[in-house]
Design a protein around this ligand. Sequence first.
Ligand code: PLP
Length: 461
Amino acid sequence: MAETWATLGVDLHLEPTGPGLRRGLTDALREAVRTGRLTPGTRLPSSRSLAADLGIARNTVADAYADLVAEGWLTARQGSGTRVAERVAAPAHPAPARRPAEHARPAYDLRPGTPDLSSFPRTEWLRAARRAVTAAPHGALGYGDGRGRPELRSALAGYLARVRGVRTGAENLLVCGGVAHGLVLLAGVLRARGVHTVAVEAYGLHVHRDLLTRAGLRTIPLPVDGRGADTGALGDAGAVLLTPAHQFPTGVPLHPERRAAVVDWAHRTGGLVLEDDYDGEFRYDRQPVGALQGLDPEHVVYLGTASKSLAPGLRLGWVVLPPSLVGDALDDPASRTPGVLDQLTLAQFLGSGAYDRHVRSARLRYRRRRDALVAALAEHAPDVGVTGIAAGLHAVLQLPPGTEQQVVRAAAWHGLAVHGLSMFRHPHTTVAPRDALVVGYGTPPDHAWTGALDALRRALP
Ligand SMILES: Cc1ncc(COP(=O)(O)O)c(C=O)c1O
């Protein structure tokens, strides 16, 4: 007979009120499983009876269960209820508390942001690393130029000119630890120039907004529509952060009129445009949308990254600066470049053509996945509109009003992690919220792609 919650006698250490209740319950249950107080296979009480026991809302319990199913601590099957997952081994001794990122993974992950790490070109990268280390002069292992290795800066300047239409020489290019690091540097430069306000897209990456806020800058949201960010709403901003080639997360390119308008604004006011070109290489259906920087290298700062094309763990990115700002960026104590051997390896990788080959084959693979996603939705969820698919590694699935959170929960129930569009919404925007899922189709390794699609299909209305 199934055990009841009362006979389990597990002390959940819960605060019975407050906004952190769901999180508190999730943490307490996870801790109980992790430390072995709830053993594998144990059936948990129904959400209704646990809610009654604890005197809290049933939804709070259902949400906590769904979170833990998505993380892999619990399993949920129709007919046999919610149980502690069999594969969660109870440690002999309680382990110290772990950070959320280290918790068990969901079975399938369609959250945007990470490419297919299983297709990282290990053999080619090793070959490039061997060549790079062999050829590096002793002096390359010293502190060196604060902008990064000259070999990499020249290779990037050539590559970006050819592929993205960026206009720069190696002298204005700074190697950094990804777009996030580049933004930290730029925030310092902006503050030093007396800028207080940066306009950002009303839908965007909260990590980037937070970086700016932490650096003492105020962010104001620009409405985002089918033509990208509304560049007519820049107000008194001293700079604007945009994703012009492929708006993140809605997926639309910035309309040519708005591209021209924002460059004109920068020219007129002395404002700075920060162009985040995070996935510019992955464009499928149309001619590539070139970098905005090519229109006005004096007023547009270009930020690029290897996080989508290769892997985010490399922490390799680049900033192309207007010549007048290079000195300011280097003055910043945060301007330390990534390790020199990785820089030299990337320079080799670019120079040998391995980067182009890798991007070409990755583009083909992602395109096939995107097509499979669109076909599966057309067949199983014809009412769900798909947008933002001309480029990048994610698509936006339009949902009926009021259903987003329900679908995210249902997905978790099926072992699938996805993000709703609301997660990316600027807290101060007045644009009407839209219900949608932002589905990253890059992340699952090939063998998990069909399963991920299946779980998504079952979660959709
Ligand atoms: C909008 C956007 N910009 C940039 C990045 C890459 O950032 P980083 O280079 O810091 O890894 C991402 C990755 O998810 C992104 O979504």
